[in-house]
Structures are given as C-alpha cells and as structure tokens.
Design a binder for this molecule. Structure first.
Ligand code: PRX
Length: 630
C-alpha cells in the first residue's frame, strides 16, 4: 500500500502521520501476518498477561466452532485493570466522562479497579457465579463500564441491552438469556429529556420471569417504583460492608464466555452473539492499537454506545486493554447546540474521534461555522463505523473537522467479528467511501451466487476465508442456527451478510446488507422485529418492513400493513402504530412511514418478498418473480 499510483481519488497520509505511526509499513506487517498467521496472533497474545499459557493458538478440529488460545487461563478484567494498577498507569485516567447536562467525572485506573471490585462483590453477594447471565440496561454513564467489568471479573456473562431499545426488546433479551440479575439506571438523559429506563424495565419484567434482583443506578433522580425484595439502589449497596474494594477474580479458560450481545440476523428474533475471554481480548487489543495508534498521552473518544459492539470493543475493552484514556459522552451530538462535539473535543483535548456516518451527516447539515468556532487542533485521527460513508460526508469530515491532516479510519466490522476487519491504518492511502483492505492476515473474498470470485469492480457476497481470534463462537443457545446463518451458503467460509466490490487496487467497497437486516443510523435492526411489533397491535393482521435510502440515517424503515377486518386506515392509526413500534422495539425502530395495503407480495410458501416491495418503491427491476404467488 505504499503504492503512489492508486486509481481514483486518493488521499495520501502526511509525512508526520507516517513518521509517528506505530505501523508505518503496512505491506511489511501484512506480509508477516500472511506468512505466519498463527505466529502473528501468538505474538500479539504475548503482549497481554495470561495466568497460564495456551497449548494451541488455534483449534480448528470442530469447524466452524473455532477455538483460540486453548488451554490458557486468563480474565479480561485483569488485563483491563489490575495490570495497569501495578504500573505507572495506576493514577492515569481510564475514563473521562461528560453528562449531557455538562457535568463531568474522571476515573483513574486505580479507582475504576476499586469500583469494579465493589460492584463485583455486590453481584457475588446476590449469588451470581461464573457462567450466570446478567442483563445491563443503562445509558452512557460510567456505571455501565463498571458493571460490565464487574461481570467479567467474576466470570458472569453480561448481556447489555442498548438503552434505546424498549419493552419487548428488553423482555425478549432477558428471557432468552435467562438472566438472574438486571442492572438498570433509573433513567437516561437524551436530548434534554429523560428516557424512563426503570419504568420500561418494570414493564418488561412483568412479561419476563427469572430476574431475582434488580440493581438500580441513580442517574436522573426522578421517582421510580422500587419493588420490595427485588429492587435495590446501587448507591446504597455500594456502602454495605460486603462491597469492599478488593475482589479476587475468577480464573477463566480462554474459551469461557465473556459476554453475549443480541443482534438482528437474517430471520426471526434477535440472537445473541457469544464472545469469549481469550481470543476476543487479543483481537480487540491489537486492532485498536494498530488502527487508532493510541499513544500513552492520547485522549481517545469512541462516540458509540456501550450497548452495541462498537462500545463493547472500543469504548470499554479495547481502550482499557491498551491502558488508554477513553472519553465518553452521555447525550446527543447536537444538544443543546450543533457544536456539542466540537466543544468537547476542544475542552478535553481529544486526539482521536471515532463516530458514525449518520452523526457526521447530521452535523454536516448545520454547516461549517459550528465547527470552525472551535480549536480542533488536538485531533490526529478520525474514524467512521456502522454503515457505508458517502464520499461527500467523508470529505466534509476530512476537511472541515480534520483540517486535511487527520486520516479517517473507516472500519468495517460486525458484532460477530468483535474487531475491525476491513480497515486502514494511519499510514495507508485512503479513498473516500472505502475501508481500504482487510486487517493483516485476514483473507476476504467476494463471491457470486455460484461461489466463484467476482472480477474487479463487480458486486458480490462478502465472505471471510480464515478464522480470527475475536470471532463469534456461536449463537447463544442455537448452534444450529450459527452454522446455518454464517457457514452454510459457502461451506468453509464465513458469510458476512454484506455485499461489496473490490477495485483494481484491491480496495474494498461495502455496498450494504443483502439480508433482512436494516441499518438505520448505523443501528442494526431486523425486519422481523419491526413486523412482529406491528402484528402485536390489535388492529394489524400482517405487516412487512423494508429499508429505503435516507439522506441522514443511511436507511429508514418503511412498513406495509394489512389491517384486520373491521379496522379502517387513518392517519391517527398510522401514528398509533408508529408509537407502538417505538414502545415495543425502541424509538430507533419507529417507521418513517406506514402504508395500509390489501395484500403483500409473497412466495408460494408464504414468505414476504421484501425485495419486491423495495424495488417497487425505488422504481427498480424486482428481479426474478417466478416464486411470487398469484
Ligand atoms: O453492513 C455492515 C455495516 O454494519 C453491519 C454490522 O452491524 P453491527 O453488527 O451492528 O456492527 C456495527 C459496528 C461494527 C455490517 O454487516 N457496517 C459496519 N461498519 C461499516 C459497515 N458498512 C460499511 N462501512 C463500514 N465501515
């Protein structure tokens, strides 16, 4: 990639960036990783602490159930906290936080370790043991980080549910995971309003059984219902004698589960992706180190939410494994004014900003003046994730925010991959809208229906041909579906669910999902979740949801509804249905528009043909209609 003659519009990194980058010869690193793939990962693993070493780097005897660093003993929380507390990083800030109302808090590694231990002791006192599931439902506050680390410390499996999800989504996830404990905040601030998380949780718990204890973190202070014997305030528990500052950690096998995270797949209800203690930390630690090139003195800001994989890997675990200082902001990007991000970058001296195309497009809309009011000279690197970034937004980000000196790391990856998979590094020449090339050592391909590699610039299914340490291990409780969803279309290859093309220079361009997943503002939703929320409404007989292009959000949700007989279409009913989806799934899933129809295009076996609806809306050719019923 040192090639100076790349085709198309190319942005070459400046000399200073290359000179200062940890990896300044991508080709050499890539060559090394390809020549000895397992040796490459083994070397990276050696940079972390292990209680005892692995027997094997990769065990692929039960494909596609790959295992990494088998036989090794570890605990990710040790490498995130304990190791740093023993060094000069003890008093270094691990976390810098700003609330939406402007208050701020900082936490050193020393204190984060203590807080984690206290929380872990509280969980232990409630009978939580290794392997138990704990659901976490909070906004972006430091306690969510503490809660996740506390679970990891005692070997409990956390299942974080994004605070933008609502009653049914939370219910489903609690029930499917069979969590014993729920950790919830009383509420979350979002655009100056309070999201009543505890009220939502109460409603979800009326539908779900199994939760024995609810730990309530006070954030907003609004009155909430506390059920006697079940609900307890965190700030009270924290001061009990059991909540001491030390908590021996559970020694975990490399392949023991660390967390499950629900995400939407091809069909049906969201399934939980399972990640483990060993391989996950190696992948996340290495990828963050190389791609965002974090320096000891940096302030790094990943503006995602801890409730999604981006937050798990690159707000919580990745930065802490690297001993970095991570900044976290609670609220909306344009609250109270569109300069909120720029103001905080200046105030905290942020060096690295990692956000989503939707946030960039949303802020771009307000014009350059809001950005230019602030001194953003601390910025060195920018990042983008979650959906394809259109070249116009890329260039605005590059020029107006990064002042043409900060390379943009457009990272393609997934909940399933755990870590960045197609991504530049600071020394790599960039093309706006392309994530450049696979992370060193990873083998990707783009295939046609018949499983043959497509030619340059042709579109096809994006697949991964070799395993990687932080890969999904299985779907929680459904290993059959794991095999079927990811490994059966092209046996031996991991199917990403995305379509992509590769140009003559070997650069990858992601086009988007080719399944029933809709990316709305970078958030991953399934058509099935939205449809089942609609049919749970008393007036709806059948429903279909599709994603259509949207200028800011990337995609927006459009729904088609057949009403039950006796129900009459009206604007009021449409609004009621939108609110119903918001209440059941979450505000992010609210349809942009709902159309009342008399029939839906279906296959003879009764499957809704969403691609026909989509083609109709976009005025495109619907493709093969031979399976369409009369
Ligand atoms: O379609 C791709 C899109 O997000 C999907 C994965 O979603 P999720 O599991 O929620 O993880 C999002 C954050 C890692 C992918 O299948 N996607 C993610 N990053 C990019 C992207 N599409 C284009 N460019 C990206 N950089």
């Amino acid at each position: 990639m040192n090639d100076k003659n790349l085709s198309g519009e190319v942005y070459y990194p400046g000399k200073e960036i290359i000179d200062n980058a940890t990896i300044n010869d991508w080709d050499a690193l890539n060559k090394k990783a390809n020549e000895d793939y397992l040796g490459f990962w083994e070397d990276k693993a050696k940079e972390l602490h292990w209680f005892s070493k692995w027997e094997k780097v990769l065990d692929d005897s039960q494909k596609p159930f790959f295992k990494w660093f088998t036989g090794a003993k570890t605990n990710i929380s040790y490498n995130c906290l304990d190791i740093h507390v023993k060094t000069y990083r003890r008093n270094k800030l691990a976390l810098v936080w700003e609330g939406e109302k402007g208050e701020s808090e900082t936490m050193s590694y020393y204190r984060l370790h203590q807080e984690t231990c206290r929380f872990a002791n509280i969980l232990k006192s409630m009978g939580v043991v290794k392997g138990d599931r704990v659901t976490i439902y909070m906004g972006r506050i430091p306690e969510i980080v503490i809660a996740m680390l506390a679970c990891a410390r005692i070997g409990a499996i956390h299942s974080v549910v994004y605070g933008g999800f609502s009653v049914e989504s939370l219910h489903e996830r609690i029930e499917d995971s069979q969590s014993k404990v729920l950790i919830v905040a009383d509420g979350a601030y979002q655009r100056g309003k309070i999201v009543p998380l505890k009220d939502i949780a109460d409603e979800a718990l009326q539908r779900a059984g199994g939760i024995e204890h609810v730990i309530v973190v006070r954030r907003t202070g609004q009155p909430v219902n506390m059920e006697f014997g079940r609900d307890m305030w965190y700030h009270e528990l924290k001061h009990l004698p059991i909540a001491t500052n030390d908590c021996a950690l559970e020694i975990m096998d490399s392949e023991d589960p660390l967390f499950i995270l629900y995400t939407s797949g091809t069909t049906g209800k969201p399934k939980a992706i399972l990640h483990t203690h060993g391989g996950y930390q190696v992948g996340v630690y290495t990828s963050l180190k190389y791609v965002f090139d974090i320096k000891e003195e940096d302030r790094y800001w990943c503006a995602a939410d801890p409730g999604w994989i981006t937050g798990h890997s690159y707000i919580v675990y990745g930065p802490l494994l690297n001993g970095a200082t991570s900044f976290m902001y609670e609220g909306a990007p344009n609250f109270p004014y569109p300069n909120r991000y720029w103001q905080m970058i200046e105030k905290y001296g942020i060096n690295i900003l990692y956000t989503s195309p939707t946030a960039i497009r949303g802020l771009m809309r307000f014009g350059d003046a809001w950005v230019n009011r602030h001194n953003l000279s601390s910025l060195r690197l920018l990042g983008s994730v979650g959906e394809p970034i259109n070249p116009e937004a890329w260039k605005w980000y590059y020029k107006t925010v990064g002042k043409e000196k900060c390379p943009i790391m457009d990272t393609w990856w997934q909940t399933e991959t755990g870590m960045f998979m197609i991504t530049p590094m600071p020394c790599v020449p960039l093309k706006p809208g392309s994530g450049t090339k696979p992370f060193p050592g990873l083998q990707f391909d783009i295939l046609n229906e018949a499983g043959e590699s497509v030619k340059s610039d042709e579109e096809g299914y994006l697949v991964i041909k070799n395993p990687w340490p932080s890969m999904i291990r299985t779907l929680w409780g459904d290993s059959e579906k794991y095999v079927q969803q990811y490994w059966s279309k092209y046996p031996g290859y991991y199917l990403t669910g995305d379509s992509a093309r590769r140009d003559k220079d070997g650069y990858y361009w992601i086009i988007g999902r080719v399944d029933d997943v809709i990316k709305v503002s970078g958030y991953r939703l399934g058509t099935a979740e939205i449809e089942s929320a609609l049919v749970s409404h008393r007036s709806v007989a059948e429903a279909a949801a599709i994603g259509l292009p949207h200028e800011i959000k990337g995609n927006a949700i459009y729904c088609y509804v057949i009403l039950k007989s006796g129900q009459t279409p009206s604007n009021e009913l449409m609004e009621e249905l939108r609110l119903h989806v918001g209440h059941e799934v979450g505000p992010i899933a609210k349809p942009e528009q709902i159309k009342f129809v008399d029939s839906l295009p279906k296959t003879r076996s009764g499957k809704i043909m969403r691609r026909v609806l989509k083609a109709q809306e976009l005025g495109l050719d619907p493709g093969n209609l031979s399976t369409l019923e009369e």
